[in-house]
Design a binder for this molecule. Structure first.
Ligand SMILES: [Zn+2]
Length: 164
């Protein structure tokens, strides 16, 4: 599957599940990725790796820190899904993201993953259609942190969206 096909699957999944919050585990599964919780120190957010045993039909598995809040875990899963969609050729032996979503990959790569994660969790059109809602109400609706929706609102007018 190339990036274009993966982005089509993401776009299709999102158009079929238009009512937020977006089910990120469902999206990962749709892409052939299985998602697991892991017992890690709080300094680690998540990991994506090729896993013969635990991987889905894509061959990949995502692990997310089970001690993190629900919002945080959702963002981590979306971030790791984004690495699969955009950066599969860079995953190698696995990408381990720390608490600030730094993995040793270039910053630009991490920013791309954060950008697509935001597109997935807070779809552009839905945010756009609800700009009159408060930050708290939007965070609630998308099941994300207020920090995530605040960052999203600051980029929503620049239209730098992977999935439209
Ligand atoms: Zn990352």
């Amino acid at each position: 599957m190339d990036m274009r096909e993966k982005l089509q699957i993401v776009g299709l999944y999102m158009s079929m599940h238009e009512t937020p919050p977006i089910n990120v585990v469902g999206l990962a599964n749709r892409l052939g990725i299985k998602v697991y919780e892991a017992d890690w120190p709080s300094t680690i957010s998540g990991k994506i790796q090729k896993d013969r045993e635990k991987g889905g039909h894509s061959g990949f598995a995502i692990f997310v820190n089970k001690s993190h809040s629900r919002n945080r875990r959702r963002f981590t899963i979306a971030h790791e899904v984004a690495h699969f969609v955009l950066h599969e050729d860079l995953i190698g032996d696995g990408v381990f993201d720390d608490a600030l979503y730094r993995s040793g990959l270039p910053n630009k790569i991490e920013q791309q993953a954060n950008g697509l994660a935001a597109d997935i969790l807070m779809p552009y059109q839905i945010v756009q259609a609800n700009l009159d809602m408060s930050i708290d109400a939007l965070a609630d609706m998308f099941d994300v942190s207020t920090a995530a929706i605040t960052a999203r609102l600051s980029t929503v007018s620049s239209a730098g969206s992977f999935v439209s």
